[in-house]
Design a protein around this ligand. Structure first.
Ligand SMILES: C[S@@+](CC[C@H](N)C(=O)[O-])C[C@H]1O[C@@H](n2cnc3c(N)ncnc32)[C@H](O)[C@@H]1O
Length: 321
């Protein structure tokens, strides 16, 4: 039986829109519209127990999941939501022990969730160019308890000369122009490695798909994931008015080898042809029997019987009587 103690993470749950995530610290308490919640009252209780406030309202003490952390994350940027993260993990086959590359850490939502799936043997290497967002992400990642499985880098891979990783299992991209990093990602992915890009607009999907084909990716798939909450109540179940609207489109692909000649290959083969004199059997004039003019019987003009005008009997007008 897991009991709550000092430093235990707890989700104080009143209802779906009123819930608070905290790390238990015996001297802390917080004031809410349903009364005061004292951390010390939670210590020694089992997860799932109730706690009564001074206003006689009760909250449940729940063990938080990664979903709870991500849904309550401090937003520095737009984040990727669990509804999309779930599909990303399933479709890309993300699992324990994998090496994950992420470009665009943002607030660290996707980073944290993926780290919680690849741990304890896997690792997420995440890149961002904005130090302000990197700091926010660092805090969020720490709160989610997955810092050990994540390395943050301040590096722009669009312009990087040397690729910092190799043999990557899955690459995740969340930046405005994902098509610009596809060649770099290709270099770091292992054969058949998977890729997911988060694209809020369809224009991004188009440009990205063209870049994926150009860079020899296959199994390219673009999707949108819509979640509809249902309010299930006795005799009056209906769709909820709440819910997340459009968030993003997702684009998945796998690295392949098309075996088509690259421009470099073509250039090489062209220079080969030009430079190395191919052992072409120098065309020694084959003893071609010099075409001695065959005794062509000089066409002597055949005696054409000069058409002498045949004596045409000049039609003399017949005398009409
Ligand atoms: C929408 S946010 C990512 C949100 C993140 N996926 C999450 O779930 O919290 C996009 C991030 O990409 C970063 N970014 C933009 N250009 C970049 C680049 N060339 N390399 C790395 N990161 C970049 C931005 O600084 C920003 O933090």
């Amino acid at each position: 039986m897991a009991k709550i103690k000092q430093n235990s993470p707890v989700l104080f749950f009143y209802n779906n829109s009123k819930k608070w995530l905290a790390k238990i610290s015996k001297n802390e308490s917080f004031h809410t519209h349903i009364g005061i919640l004292k951390h010390s009252d939670a210590i020694g209780k089992e997860y799932g127990s109730k706690l009564i406030t001074n206003k006689d309202k009760y909250v449940y003490l729940l063990e938080p999941t990664m979903y709870d952390y991500v849904m309550r994350i401090q937003h520095g940027t737009q984040i990727v939501y669990p509804k999309d993260i779930g599909y990303i993990i399933a479709r890309a086959g993300i699992g324990d022990g994998q090496k994950i590359l992420e470009i665009g850490t943002g607030s660290g939502s996707l980073t944290s969730f993926v780290a919680s799936v690849v741990k304890p043997r896997g690792h997420v290497y995440t890149f961002d160019v904005d130090e302000k967002f990197m700091k926010i992400a660092e805090k969020n990642i720490k709160k989610a308890g997955v810092s050990k499985y994540i390395t943050q880098h301040n590096l722009d891979l669009k312009t990087a000369k040397k690729m910092p990783l190799e043999d990557v299992d899955v690459a995740l991209i969340d930046l405005g122009d994902p098509w610009l990093v596809i060649p770099q990602i290709r270099k770091m992915l292992k054969g058949s490695g998977r890729l997911f890009a988060i694209c809020p607009t369809m224009n991004q999907l188009e440009k990205l798909t063209m870049a994926l084909v150009e860079n020899e990716f296959t199994d390219i798939e673009s999707t949108e994931h819509i979640i509809r909450n249902i309010e299930a109540r006795d005799g009056k179940t209906r769709h909820s008015f709440q819910g997340i609207g459009h968030t993003t489109y997702l684009c998945f692909a796998r690295k392949a080898f098309f075996d088509r000649p690259t421009r470099k290959d073509m250039e090489k083969s062209i220079t080969k042809i030009v430079k190395t004199p191919t052992k072409t059997t120098k065309k020694t004039p084959t003893k071609t029997t010099k075409k001695t003019p065959t005794k062509t019987t000089k066409k002597t003009p055949t005696k054409t019987t000069k058409k002498t005008p045949t004596k045409t009997t000049k039609k003399t007008p017949t005398k009409l009587s």
